[in-house]
Design a protein around this ligand. Sequence first.
Ligand code: ZN
Length: 402
Amino acid sequence: MSIPAELAADVIAFRRELHAHPELDLELPKTQAAVLARLAGIEGLEVSTGEGMSSVVAVLRGEAPLPEGTRRPVVLLRGDMDGLPVTEETGLPYVPDPAGTMHACGHDLHTAGLYGALVYLGQRRAELVADVIGMFQPAEETDGGALRMIEQGLLEAAGPRADAAFALHVYSAKYEHGHFVSRPGSIQAGCDDLIVTVRGRGGHGSVPHLSQDPVPVAAEMVLGLQSLVTRQFDAFDPVVATVGHLTAGTASNIIPDTATLAITLRTFSTGARARLIPAVERLVRGIADAHGMGVDVRPDCEFPVTVNNPAEVDYARGVIEGLFGAEAYEELPAPEPGSEDFSEVLLRVPGAYILLGAVPPGQDPAAAPTNHSPLAVFDDAVLPRAVEALAGLALGKGPVAL
Ligand SMILES: [Zn+2]
């Protein structure tokens, strides 16, 4: 099986059109309109849009005959649609104008690839057993678009709750062109950001005993956090804690009222994530308390660990190897440290998140600019493969016993 040349050209053209007009966060009006216009060409597709965001959900019904006592499986395929606040420096002919936003994480390829898979599945509906949910998602990078879509009924869009869910993510570096890369279990880190504010009492720098100086307390928290990570967590189930932003005060001789730490926490197992956040809260409260000060802890951003279902990874591997040969699939030895809100889908539906190498030809994957770089280039020659793989994951699913 191989997708028609005309469809491959259409998908690549769509990707370049999207690339020239990236949008950010939840509201992607131009992107949504472009997706809806393309989907309008697919006969019988059930299309709905989200409330308070530019999501699109498309349901394509399989028409292959069903044996008695069975129902159609529901397969969810994800394509995220948002760009990043990055000024592109690749020099490609379809660089966005005006500057300031960029599809620097390849979500334009995901959107175009999902569109292509729905077209292709529409052409092969007679042999498709599954009902397919196409999830066109905003705000993967920022505001938890996946969870909002779930809250608006995404998983039940075809009737019964989705039985399996798959997402591909292109990489501009690291992995060989056209290679699919995944692993059973954790594949992307959990990410939790906390804003910690130490509440002291300001005063003159020469008489600290007459005030409550939050600065040494915040400094103690920075160091305590590193001890916590290495002393309370298993080295083989690692945790990363980084204080990326630390602010307090205005001048050398003024003790400020408050000091603020912005912390990012990365975890690679659901268990470590569940233990880490209370442990950090206990630490900062304990340190503040020891110095007679108060502290506020505010969660800023939460992404669960992305956990692949082993049986669905095996299934996906079989589909990919069947389509492209055994050399097209690589098993990842350890999870990726980035985070991904497809985790919210995989918390609820067994499935697999699969990386796809899209490094431009002639570039060394180990040296090419990575996703999120202003120089990241994603070779859209991988798109026909992405379309075939996504469609293949839906076509391979048989009936579910009632
Ligand atoms: Zn991404």
